[in-house]
Structure formats: C-alpha cells, structure tokens
Design a protein. Structure first.
Length: 273
C-alpha cells in the first residue's frame, strides 16, 4: 500500500507534496494484468506538478505523457491513443476551458480539469465546456487516482457508441447537430440555442441511437461525480431537450421513455464528416 505525507503549500497554485512508498508486488501484478496500460495525458505548465503526477500515476501501471501547454496536448493526441486528459485551467496561450471546449467538439476522450481557483462558477463553466470532473488544487494525488479510475470505469460501462470523433455533424429526424460550432439546426434551417448541458445530453443520445440509457449512465456523462444516481434533474434535462426538439412530451418520437429502464433515442443517426 502507498503511504502519503502532506506538506504545507506556500503558494496559491501549489501541489500537495507527497512522499510515498509502493508495494512493488502490487504494482507488478497490476501491470502484468494490463498488457495495454491506460494512457493518461497530463497538461500543466508547472514542471513540478507534471513530474510528480507522471511518477505517481506510472507507479500504478498507467502510461503517462506530460506536456506544458495546448500545443503539446494536440501533438500528443495526434501521436496516438489517449484514454483520459488531466487538464490545468490556467495555461499559457489557450487556457484549459478553451482547450476543453475544442477537444470536446472533436473527441469524447474524458477530461479532468485542475485549477488553483476556487470559484464555483469556474467548476460549472468547466463542466459546461465538456469536462467530466473538476479537481481543485492543492489536492491529494490519491484523489486524482481515484477519479481517473472511476471515470475510465464508467466510460467503459457505457454501451458501444458511434465514436463520432471525426464527424463534423450528426443528422437525425431532419435535425442537424453541428459538432464544430455546437449549434443545433432545425429541419427549417433555424438555429436553436442549447445550453451546455442540453448539448452534451443530445450528443450523448446521438452517440448511442436505439440503445436504452438509464439515469445512472446519463448522469455519469452529464453531471459531476457527486451527483446522485437517483437525481431527478436528468428527467428535467430530458424534458427540456424534448421541448427544444418539438418532441411531444406525452407521445415523444425522438427521445422515448422506457418505463423502469431509462431513455432511448429512437431515430436513425447519420454521421457527416
């Protein structure tokens, strides 16, 4: 087991210093059981944090690439498969929110955002931009590890989807969701405004057509890790999305309710590249 000793932080963007010793046999058995380790991409302009996170996560069997800015992030993503991105909010050049939004328009790779700023609005905006989770500095690396494991586990528990990473738009029932511009176009050619949550919910349905998604699965994709699986807010979001699509709440055609199970997008989806 690993042992941790937290040291006091002397600057606002500091990382909780750690000292640890790992059971080598546990690490060896983990890596032997996972011949293709998950690839974590760490994007942070603090060299100390990059080094600590890279060393720590590697001890638990992850392959880790650590870069300082958006340019390095895009180069790493183009170089090969990345399973999850740990993305700092405050970066030189494009900040984390900008990078997250652009990344989400191109890919479904999970994102955990890091920030030294504690404002609640930052967390909300980060989630609206497409982040899967949000962690405030300073933090215990064990918490980051737990969140990485949780997000990867949840992502793999979801049904196989269309994987529209290279798609520019998704067409369904006469509607078009522009993934690059994050716009919804009606059959009459009118742009319909969507909130960040509505956009992510619709994209989730479009990525899993004709598959029932329960509330737990939808919340895992749509809301923060602290949301309850029984949170009725997902029902409110589905209702709002139906309203945007002009779908009859009593007899919906596009997003149907499967009693006792969840919701299903019941129309075909066409991927446009």
């Amino acid at each position: 087991m690993a042992r941790f000793v937290s040291q006091p932080c002397t600057r606002p963007d500091c990382y909780t210093a750690i000292q640890f010793s790992a059971d080598r046999r546990a690490v060896t058995s983990y890596t032997e059981a996972n011949t293709t380790p998950d690839h974590v991409l760490v994007v942070d302009d603090d060299a100390e944090i990059r080094g600590l996170l890279q060393e720590y996560l590697q001890k638990f069997g992850y392959r880790v690439t650590a870069v300082a800015d958006g340019r390095g992030m895009w180069a790493s993503l183009e170089a090969g498969r990345v399973d999850i991105v740990v993305l700092d909010l405050m970066l030189p050049g494009d900040d984390g929110l900008t990078l997250c939004r652009t990344l989400r328009a191109r890919s479904e790779v999970p994102v955990i955002m890091l920030t030294a700023r504690g404002e609640e609005t930052d967390r909300i905006v980060g989630l609206e931009m497409g982040a899967d989770d949000y962690l405030r500095k300073p933090f215990n690396p064990r918490e980051l590890l737990a969140r990485v494991k949780s997000i990867l586990r949840r992502a793999r528990s979801l049904p196989e989807n269309l994987r529209p990473e290279e798609a520019r738009a998704l067409r369904f029932a006469g509607w078009t969701l522009d993934l690059a511009e994050r716009n919804l176009l009606s059959p009459e050619g009118v742009v319909v405004a969507l909130s960040g949550t509505e956009y992510r919910l619709l994209r989730t349905f479009l990525a899993h057509p004709n598959r029932v998604l329960n509330r737990d699965q939808l919340i895992d994709l749509m809301l923060s890790r602290d949301a309850s699986p029984f949170d009725r807010s997902i029902d409110v979001q589905v209702s709002r999305l139906r309203h945007r699509l002009g779908d009859d709440a009593k007899e919906p055609v596009i997003v149907k309710t499967v009693r006792g199970e969840g919701y299903v997008l019941s129309v075909p989806v066409e991927v446009q590249k």
